[in-house]
Design a protein around this ligand. Structure first.
Ligand code: LMR
Length: 295
């Protein structure tokens, strides 16, 4: 629905293994510019993807209380593999926004699928970590007594627990926090997804704030594809910022996708410790994803 409202979208294809016709009929009545078509089930995947410039993948099962994102690997890894094989075949030049969890592993899965198919372009594969930024902006604004729209918190690393590393020393507008505030904010941002999973008590994870964040990121990608200058957002991408092959940091979005991946900048001691923890878990998640395809 939010993509149907985006003026940069001319054609919107909705694909799912259930309910796609109903959702398509519903959304198609909105008097916005995008033409909507629905596609149901794997036999229609090829048609769904043909001609697409941007593919957003939110597919898969959500967490229940007590689960980590990694507990979703078994089911979601196969779903992401199938969808990425479809992309490699039908729209190999599309920008891919990957939301399906565990993002720290599904992005490496996608990369390996594309490598196998000979279509891999690291600039065009983006793991969506925008929800971490959205949460960080909200929680930091609350503490500072500011409007969240005025706050910009870089969040680097990955998209699960300690791999989510908010750089509170780099918040804009410039500000300072007490050690207690840093501890509270870091933990709340890292556990934001779990906070929603627990509140929903078995009925899934974040869908509304996730949709908001996904569309905010997709819009940035579309503006980049259009050639707008200065579009910078955080995303989990192929990276040389650390020794890991994938890492979330600020990237400049352009016609080619993530055209520039920015360094982390100056970190304080608290963030350096957090970075080491994040890298340790990330290394395992990345390896798990890559070897799912390689084996
Ligand atoms: C989130 O951050 O809300 C999503 O990754 C869903 C989840 O399982 O936490």
């Amino acid at each position: 629905m939010l993509m149907k409202m985006n003026p940069l979208v001319s054609v919107l294809h909705l694909y799912d293994v259930v309910n796609a016709p109903g959702v398509t009929a519903d959304v198609s009545h909105m008097d916005t510019g995008a033409v909507v078509r629905g596609f149901l089930g794997q036999p229609q995947l090829e048609n769904a993807l043909t001609g697409m410039d941007l593919v957003i993948i939110p597919a898969g099962v959500p967490r229940k209380p007590g689960m980590t994102r990694d507990d979703l690997f078994k089911i979601n890894a196969g779903i992401v593999k199938t969808l990425c094989e479809g992309i490699a075949k039908s729209c190999p030049n599309a920008l891919v926004n990957l939301i399906s969890n565990p993002v720290n592993s599904t992005v490496p899965i996608a990369a390996e699928v594309f490598k196998k198919a000979g279509t891999y372009d690291p600039k065009r594969l983006l793991g969506v970590t925008m929800l971490d930024v959205v949460r960080a902006n909200t929680f930091v604004a609350e503490v500072l007594g500011l409007d969240p729209r005025e706050v910009d918190v870089p969040v680097v690393g990955g998209h699960a627990g300690v791999t989510i590393l908010p750089l509170l020393s780099q918040v804009k507008p410039a500000c300072s926090f007490t050690p207690e505030e840093v501890e509270y904010l870091t933990k709340r941002i890292q556990d934001g997804g779990t906070e929603v999973v627990q509140a929903k008590a078995g009925a899934g994870s974040a869908t509304l704030s996730m949709a908001y964040a996904a569309v905010k990121f997709a819009d940035a990608c579309l503006r980049g594809l259009r050639g707008d200058a200065g579009i910078v957002e955080c995303a989990f991408v192929s990276s040389q910022v650390t020794e890991l092959p994938f890492f979330a940091s600020k990237v400049r979005l352009g016609r080619a996708g993530a055209e520039e991946v920015y360094q982390l900048g100056l970190l304080n001691e608290y963030e350096r410790v957090g970075l080491e923890k994040a890298k340790k878990e990330l290394a395992e998640s990345i390896e798990k994803g890559a070897s799912f395809i390689k084996k």
